[in-house]
Design a binder for this molecule. Structure first.
Ligand code: SAM
Length: 230
């Protein structure tokens, strides 16, 4: 069976992920075969025609790192008038989301099984997104790994530039020091403004994610942040 996740390019040494070992289940494999061609887009270092990919013109949200995609599928089902372009490098997760797409009959999700940073830089035009979801990005607890965290000024500037004015960036984390970093970095980005004073209440469209539930069992808190492009 085709492996949809594409190898990273050798030019960007610090990555926000390591490719985890993990078995793709028979159900996920079957979903990759059945739905992959329709819903998985290839990574190509050229600008994506979003209307052509989704077969319609609609507000588009980029999700970075959907994990097993349970929250993604629920959100897409609840927001049928929005397109969701979803990036994940973990192949079992891609299979799991495809399975949900099939079971729920969703048509408003497209997946790119590749590093979202490269997708952002190479495939998405300025002002092309209505929203960005960054739910429970890997917290990279150890100080020597902090450089792998996604929420840092250079990437946030590039994310903000892909949002149309009025678009939103919604992040969430269960790791308080990373929440503090997110709040500081997002607050310092000149073209973003905080929709709340400090952390935001969890927006109704976001169900608890798998990673979040794991954190809650460990006694972690949860911090949402919603910033708007000015
Ligand atoms: C901690 S998990 C959270 C998953 C999910 N959002 C949740 O809350 O359950 C972070 C996920 O982001 C993915 N990831 C990390 N960096 C990524 C990147 N640059 N591009 C795409 N996926 C990435 C990882 O493979 C992992 O599945």
């Amino acid at each position: 069976m085709t492996v949809y996740t594409t190898p990273p390019s050798p030019t960007r040494p610090i990555r926000s992920f390591v490719r985890r070992a993990g078995r793709t289940t028979t159900g996920q494999q079957r979903a990759l075969q059945t739905y992959g061609e329709r819903f998985v887009l290839p990574y190509e270092p050229q600008q994506l025609d979003l209307a052509a990919c989704f077969g319609r013109v609609a507000p588009t949200v980029l999700e970075i790192g959907f994990g097993m995609g349970d929250a993604t599928a629920q959100i897409a089902e609840g927001r049928p008038n929005t397109n969701f372009l979803c990036c994940e490098v973990h192949e079992p997760g891609v299979g799991a989301l495809l399975k949900q797409i099939g079971e729920r009959g969703l048509t408003n999700i497209r997946i790119i099984a590749h590093d979202a940073v490269e997708v952002l830089d190479q495939m998405l035009a300025p002002d092309s997104l209505d929203g960005i979801h960054l739910f429970f990005p890997d917290p990279w607890h150890k100080t020597r790994h902090h450089k792998r965290r996604l929420v840092q000024p250079p990437l946030v500037a590039r994310l903000a530039a892909r949002l149309r004015p009025g678009g939103y960036l919604h992040g969430a984390t269960d790791w308080e020091p990373y929440a503090q970093q997110m709040l500081a970095v997002l607050s310092a980005e000149p073209v973003l403004r905080n929709s709340a004073s400090g952390y935001a209440p969890r927006p109704a469209y976001r169900p608890p994610t798998k990673f979040e539930r794991r954190g809650l069992k460990l006694g972690h808190g949860v911090w949402d942040l919603v910033f708007l492009r000015v």
